[in-house]
Design a protein around this ligand. Structure first.
Ligand SMILES: [Zn+2]
Length: 473
């Protein structure tokens, strides 16, 4: 498998980033030169349209809101509805009484976004994925103890005793003894039959897939598509060296990701593997912006659950930060329960109801981690929240230095304050991070925005190379 994946070397990445940066500079120059015409052409039409679609702010009882802290913006997150897994996460009302960030002069902004989008799309992105750096793994502070147990391993075509031993982290001799194989010339049972292995590192059974070859495909291309080794693919299909015929059925055995957080060692090995496609660029403001080549949040059941995959697109930078923070959090805490990711953005960004922001691929809603007793519950309340884990997860984001804001209901910030102090955060640190118990908002990262009670909202900063990404305050 590893030989099939392109390995990103840092100098190559830097070169790529430099290229992208230059491209963006040129794009900016083009855009400045052409903006006035674009403005003149579209402003009239868009202005009229704007008026008719303008939002009427809804009134709410004042009691539902803390007195002294004014929301930063009108950001609103969607109702947390029923997921495919059957959990209802949160019901939230759209809108809040503050009039705020809804942008005026939309026509200009839209034509600007159109121009930027067109330019960025004209330049193909770096084919090398971005490699996200993670802090070095020193040791696992809380190794997850698992007792060894017997597992049945189904033999696949062409498999060897050594491969089985490696897969379960045991020795060749053990596999031989446990299965009473011939010591000199061990012969495995036929494919489909099983052997038994005593292990505490059992991966999930492999998936058996059938691939119908299309014209022009080769063993190399099929192996690459499935992330398997060519030589193994040929062994599974007993066709070493021969060509793949059109419409030929090829059997592929693919490893499955583990269902939950990995053991310390497993996760450490994976820490090096966060790679995110490049080209996902945030443009404009979170409340009036777009996403170029939105990067889909990959399916990683070992890290998180995606509530709606089609609403989980982000910039390369934001997706990388999200994956890195959760990986670090899982590793540092050993937290094994689910983390549910709600809305990020749509593939192209833009207005995404009922959210006010979430337009440019760098806003993400994350359900608060819950206690063991509440895992799987349909409705969760503040009592179900695992505050320590919530704080540790927020801290994993903050420590990466790429978070602009975290939105969290002011009253709940008191809970975070308490647990953060218990976890060793100083009062000085918390003054920078939390509004509570400060009476007025200053520049704190964690700030009150209505409706963030069982989920929090992370806004990732603009990346250095995102020249058209706008920080709204
Ligand atoms: Zn949100």
């Amino acid at each position: 498998m590893p030989s099939q994946q392109p390995h990103t070397r840092l100098p190559g990445r830097l070169g790529g980033l430099l290229g992208l940066w230059l491209t963006l500079l040129l794009t900016g120059a083009f855009f400045v030169a052409h903006a006035p015409e674009a403005e003149a052409a579209t402003s009239k039409k868009k202005t009229t349209k704007k008026k008719s679609s303008k939002k009427k702010p809804k009134k709410r009882p004042a009691a539902s809101k803390p007195e002294r802290v004014q929301p930063l913006s009108r950001d609103v997150d969607g109702a947390w509805g029923v997921t495919s897994g059957g959990e209802i996460l949160e019901e939230e009302v759209e809108g809040d009484a503050e009039d705020g960030e809804e942008e005026e002069g939309g026509g200009d902004a839209m034509s600007q976004l159109d121009a930027i989008e067109k330019e960025l799309l004209a330049h193909p992105p770096d084919p090398e994925p971005a490699h996200i750096e993670l802090p070095p793994v020193i040791s696992d502070p809380r190794p997850i103890d698992r007792k060894p147990g017997w597992v049945k391993h189904e033999v696949i075509p062409g498999e060897t005793v050594d491969e089985i031993a490696e897969r379960y982290n045991v020795t060749r001799e053990q596999v031989i003894v446990w299965n009473r194989l011939d010591k000199k010339k061990p012969k495995l049972p036929f494919p489909g039959k099983t052997v038994r292995v005593m292990t505490k590192d059992a991966p999930l059974p492999r998936e058996r897939l059938e691939h119908v070859a299309k014209r022009g495909e080769t063993y190399e291309s099929v192996a690459k598509d499935y992330g398997v080794e060519v030589e193994k693919l040929q062994r599974w299909n007993k066709k070493a060296g021969k060509k793949v015929e059109s419409k030929e059925k090829l059997v592929v055995y693919r490893e499955q990701p583990p269902p939950e957080a990995l053991s310390g060692t497993g996760l450490a090995a994976r820490l090096q593997q966060i790679r995110v496609p490049t080209g996902g660029v945030s443009i404009g403001k979170p409340s009036r912006g777009r996403l170029i080549r939105g990067v889909a949040l990959p399916d990683r059941p070992d890290l998180y659950t995606r509530r709606k995959p089609d609403e989980a697109y982000g910039s390369t930078h934001a997706i990388g930060e999200l994956m890195a923070a959760i990986t670090t959090f899982r590793h540092q805490t050993g937290f094994k329960r689910s983390i549910v990711i709600g809305g990020i953005s749509r593939a192209r960004g833009g207005r995404f109801r009922p959210h006010k922001s979430h337009q440019s691929g760098r806003d993400m809603d994350i359900r608060m981690p819950v206690t063991a007793a509440a895992e799987g519950k349909r409705h969760i309340t503040a009592n179900d929240i695992d505050w320590k884990a919530t704080w540790q997860l927020m801290r994993a984001f903050i420590d990466r230095g790429q978070v602009e804001y975290i939105f969290l209901d002011y009253q709940l910030q008191a809970r975070i304050y308490k647990v953060a102090r218990e976890q060793g955060a100083t009062k000085e640190q918390l003054e920078h991070w939390l509004q509570w118990p400060v009476k007025k908002p200053k520049h704190q990262i964690i700030r009150h925005v209505e409706g963030h009670k069982v989920h929090f909202h992370v806004r990732v900063r603009c990346a250095d190379h995102e020249k058209h990404c706008v920080t709204s305050r």
